[in-house]
Design a protein around this ligand. Structure first.
Ligand code: ADP
Ligand code: ZN
Ligand code: ZN
Length: 727
């Protein structure tokens, strides 16, 4: 009698699957179940993909497996199919793709149901505490008491609200809280707060999605910042809950959007499961389990949450769909936004992509009818559109990055008791340390990049490889005093402190918020109005709501105007619109000042005169002329090594091998990457482009299979990026 066969994906960097014989006395585990398999000299946790009829492995060499780790498939068949499709499409080993989709504990073979899905509730003594009195001594403990006053919460939910396990332990030690049974209440038992009356724009967007019913349809919800997009998808989520179905909501970064999580929690209570990198292993497994079991009616998460299992799927939403964090940039290089649409189609549920600045790809899909475009141009409650002005920096000299017209505007808005927000896409003190005698700027020894001056910490830092060295002002070559050129957020912060010694100034960038908890407090102070001027990087553009801000300054728009990447114009337009969207409130229209040395740049003038949609049309026409996506499909083949020659040789061979079978795919390169040397390694690339996907993928598949056997391939590190974000 022949034993049943299992085809198993094993988490190793190899594209193939491995066959095993089933030696257990039960029927073989179904696809989607985990099995502990012998592999090489050790053992691995793999996932059964199929039960094949036959195998190419000679029976003498076939290893056997006798126990499954799961009593039933861990991955639903739809999710397993999506993951297999993604492994294929992104040309990434299936075993690694599957393990990326699983929470760490499950990846390591632990059981699905955690023994310790802890929940906490107040004791009688805890209930008797005055929260204000506690707050005076321990703000976090007070926060925890306030949250628990409404009822028991799982520790995962408390963690998401910024309450650390240590805080809970302290409260438990005092006898103010205790563990409660972990059973989550059914999702729709939560009583909702009063909801606002929808605007006509919101109503028609909502009706359009509702009209599509329960089947697949893709919508692009293009609405101004503050037009009420979130409210629209919250209503859709509520519809699903009422019908007993789950919604999957993808967001760019949970830490930067505490308000959204708070709104979700207020409205949906404990029906919420949150998946993000800040959770402990146990918490993440528990959130994943609740999604899979259908206990969570709303599953919110960052990129990898697109792979959350859903028992009763009803809707997928991708908020800020243009955000680059949806594309994983290393290892398994997938786009969660694109996979969300694919998954919605497989699940046959509607998908809503929302943004004030949709990606040109999504915009194109809406224009061509693949997605339905829902537009909400009107901001709710704002006293009209912000007034946008360009400051011509060739005519107005600047003091540490701040021009006279901008300083005048800051005075006016501060004088009126308003808040000011300044955007600068550079952290640190100054982007270069320059010797006036030699004319040289200090470079990183390991990268083709200048070192950034970090005056506060007395360091020069490379923002590309992380190298640091002590800051010395004397030039090593000639001894002259060097000067810090240009301005980063730190320098602007210093300058503002000198100009406005009485005004509290806040800084939002990775340096200022790297310590745990500092991000939350910077955001909270800005939102409460305590901070009068907030200086920050890209982090400012991520959907925060600062109600008191009426002036927004963009300090250096020029960086994006002349970027090397075909998407740099799109990125700049998105940043300007997103940052500008933070200005204005009910009683005062906002004002936006954009400092540029190129005030007549067509991209900028079109955007400012006609808005994002018109800009997008122009930019798409340019993409069509140049043959860039979405009018072509790209893949980037990268290679790197400590020396240049093996890199060029390897990519040269890839190219030659491709040329041996001419087809529709165009290949550019090998060319050095925009920054050739990074972290001491030389990096080059081949760019593949084709108007059709099929020939591109066929060629990539063939070339990758060949290259795996090449000797040249062993002297470099190489990878293939399908639909790359930057080329
Ligand atoms: P967006 O997601 O487009 O930025 P939100 O949904 O967050 O917009 O709405 C912006 C603000 O307006 C929020 O404070 C929200 O509570 C409020 N809001 C949303 N819809 C309405 C409405 N129909 N009536 C009154 N206020 C609303
Ligand atoms: Zn010098
Ligand atoms: Zn470096």
């Amino acid at each position: 009698m022949t034993r049943p066969l299992l085809r198993v994906a094993v988490p190793v960097p190899l594209p193939e699957c491995f066959d095993y014989a089933w030696a257990g006395d039960t029927p073989p585990p179904a696809p989607g179940s985990r099995v502990d398999v012998p592999f090489g000299r050790g053992r691995r946790v793999g996932v059964v993909l199929e039960l094949p009829e036959s195998t190419a492995v000679p029976s003498g060499k076939l290893k056997s497996v006798s126990a499954a780790l799961d009593p039933e498939p861990l991955l639903p068949s739809e999710l397993l199919a999506t993951l297999r499709w993604a492994a294929d499409y992104y040309h990434h080993p299936i075993g690694e793709v599957l393990s990326h989709a699983l929470p760490g504990l499950l990846r390591r073979g632990r059981p699905l149901a955690g023994a310790s899905a802890r929940s906490w509730r107040l004791t009688a003594e805890g209930r008797a505490q005055s929260i204000d009195a506690v707050r005076a001594k321990a703000a976090r403990q007070a926060d925890a008491l306030a949250l628990l006053a409404a009822g028991a919460l799982p520790s995962e939910a408390l963690r998401c609200a910024g309450i650390a396990p240590a805080t809970l332990k302290r409260l438990a030690d005092k006898g103010w809280i205790e563990e409660a049974a972990a059973a989550a209440p059914p999702p729709h038992s939560h009583s909702s707060p009063a909801l606002p009356e929808l605007t006509p724009e919101q109503r028609s967007a909502l009706d359009a999605v509702r009209a599509s019913g329960r089947t697949y349809a893709a919508f692009l919800l293009h609405g101004a910042t503050g037009s009420g997009k979130t409210e629209v998808f919250l209503r859709l989520v509520a519809d699903q809950l009422a019908a007993g179905r789950q919604s999957l909501l993808l967001v760019p970064e949970i830490g930067l959007t505490p308000q959204l999580v708070q709104r979700l929690r207020e409205r949906f209570g404990e029906g919420l499961a949150i998946l993000h990198s800040g959770l402990s292993d146990g918490e993440r497994r528990e959130a994943w389990r609740r999604a899979r079991a259908g206990d969570a009616g709303v599953v919110v998460g960052t990129r990898s949450a697109v792979f959350a299992p859903l028992a009763r799927p009803g809707l997928i939403v991708v908020d800020e769909e243009h955000d680059t964090s949806y594309k994983q940039q290393q290892g398994f290089r997938y786009s969660a936004r694109d996979l969300a649409v694919l998954r919605a189609r497989r699940l046959d549920v509607p998908v809503v992509l929302a943004s004030a600045t949709p990606s040109l790809e999504s915009f194109h899909n809406a224009v061509t009818g693949r997605y339905r475009l829902l537009e909400m141009p009107t901001r709710i409650g704002a006293a009209g559109e912000p007034c946008v002005r360009v400051v011509d920096m060739t005519r107005h000299p600047s003091r540490r990055g701040l021009s006279a017209p901008l300083l005048a505007a800051i005075d006016t808005h501060l004088g009126a008791g308003r808040q000011v927000l300044l955007f600068l896409n550079r952290r640190g003190f100054a982007p270069a340390l320059f010797c006036p005698s030699c004319g040289e700027a200090e470079q990183c020894r390991r990268c083709d990049a200048r070192l950034t001056v970090h005056a506060a910490s007395g360091e020069l830092r490379c923002h590309h490889c992380g190298a640091t060295k002590p800051l010395t002002w004397g030039c090593a070559a000639c001894g002259s005093e060097r000067i810090a050129v240009g301005a980063g957020t730190q320098r602007v912060d210093d300058e503002l402190n000198a100009l406005y010694p009485d005004q509290p100034i806040g800084r939002l960038d990775r340096d200022a918020t790297s310590r745990k908890g500092t991000l939350d407090s910077v955001l909270a102070r800005a939102r409460s109005g305590a901070t009068r001027i907030l200086v920050g990087t890209q982090m400012l553009a991520k959907g925060h709501d600062f109600p008191g801000v009426t002036l927004v300054g963009v300090l250096n728009a020029d960086q994006g105007l002349f970027g090397t990447d075909f998407r740099s114009g799109e990125r700049l337009a998105q940043t300007i619109v997103q940052v500008a969207g933070r200005a204005g409130r009910r009683d005062t229209p906002g004002e936006v000042l954009i400092q540029t040395h190129h005030p007549t740049h067509p991209l900028l003038t079109r955007l400012l005169a006609h808005g994002y949609a018109e800009f997008a049309k122009l930019a798409l026409a340019e993409r069509r002329r140049a043959g860039w996506p979405p009018f072509s499909h790209l893949a980037l083949w990268r290679a790197e090594a400590a020396r240049r020659p093996p890199v060029a040789e390897f990519l040269g061979r890839v190219r030659a091998s491709a040329a041996a079978k001419p087809g529709a795919v165009k290949i550019l390169g090998p060319a050095p990457e925009a920054m050739e040397r990074k972290g001491g390694r030389y990096r080059m690339q081949l760019l593949f482009s084709c108007t059709e996907r099929a020939p591109l993928h066929a060629l990539l598949g063939r070339l990758m299979a060949e290259a795996r056997d090449w000797r040249e391939g062993r002297r470099v590190r190489w990878s293939v990026d399908v639909d790359p974000l930057e080329v």
